[in-house]
Write a protein that binds this ligand. Structure first.
Ligand code: ADP
Ligand code: MG
Length: 252
């Protein structure tokens, strides 16, 4: 199996707080990899560095063998890495379709801005983006509400919308930050099924998730952080029986 993402000795400090300390791991092609740990463990910080929200304090991030730390976020997106956010980043006064089409534009530097401003584009370009957006809207099951304003949708559908938008950039590595937070049992089950289908399309998925049933049910491999440090890595079974992991969660 080829390594898609390689994280080497990654460290991030915010003033005196070391949010990530000397973290190393790899994500192989075609896997669902879980990132778990108590609140404040540094999970979102790690995602923020991989998706270039901010650069690392130290360490190296490689994607397909190429260093990507210090690249701007639109470049990361162009290379094939896409993400969703723990706090939803939806434009509430735009329709479902428009929200997903904006996502597609984030592949180019000016795209997100021109899309948000609704600047004219060539009809051909518009059609390609429309088709890609509709494909993802259908995939997540939102076609019935594609012309509805996102602001009027319940949380479960907003999380599906975030997923569709992240997929519209046609990533090879998808980062999902608490995509199932606030979902009910049935919605969580549907989300797990979608994540497995995404993996089966050949996209690697890196998931931060609190719902242990979901994590243990879908992940091929799990990385555990506690207070900024990687304390364990292994299969769901190995992680469930790991003393360090059990202690970290008991202390929460
Ligand atoms: P998790 O996602 O695992 O709950 P985070 O990565 O959000 O944890 O946070 C890890 C630590 O880093 C926390 O102590 C948090 O307060 C701090 N932190 C995260 N982001 C920032 C930031 N942008 N500025 C300052 N401190 C931050
Ligand atoms: Mg977080």
């Amino acid at each position: 199996m080829n390594n898609l993402l390689e994280v080497q000795n990654l460290t991030k400090s915010f003033g005196g707080v070391v949010a990530n300390s000397d973290i190393s791991f790899t994500i192989e092609e075609g896997l669902i990899v879980g990132l778990i740990g108590p609140n404040g463990a540094g999970k979102s910080t790690l995602f923020n560095m991989v998706s270039a929200v901010f650069p690392p304090t130290a360490g190296v991030i490689k994607y397909k063998g190429q260093r990507i730390d210090h690249l701007p976020s639109f470049k990361i997106c162009e290379l094939g890495i896409s993400r969703t956010f723990q706090n939803l980043q939806i434009f509430k006064n735009m329709t479902v379709l428009e929200n997903v089409m904006v996502g597609h534009h984030s592949r180019t530097k000016s795209g997100m801005i021109s899309a948000a401003l609704r600047l004219p584009r060539s009809r051909k370009e518009e059609q390609i983006i429309y088709n890609a957006a509709m494909e993802q809207i259908k995939f997540v099951g939102l076609e019935d509400v594609c012309d509805v304003n996102a602001g009027s949708l319940p949380l479960g559908k907003l999380r599906l919308l975030e997923l569709a938008r992240a997929l519209a950039t046609e990533p090879q590595l998808l980062l999902l930050d608490e995509i199932a937070a606030g979902l009910n049992h049935q919605e969580t089950k549907e989300m797990s099924d979608l994540i497995k289908q995404i993996r089966d399309k050949g996209i690697s998925v890196f998931v931060v998730e609190h719902d242990m049933d979901l994590v243990m049910g879908i992940c091929d491999k799990i990385i555990v952080l506690d207070q900024g440090v990687k304390i364990a890595e292994g299969t769901p079974k190995e992680i469930q029986n790991n003393e360090k992991v059990i202690t970290a969660y008991l202390g929460e």
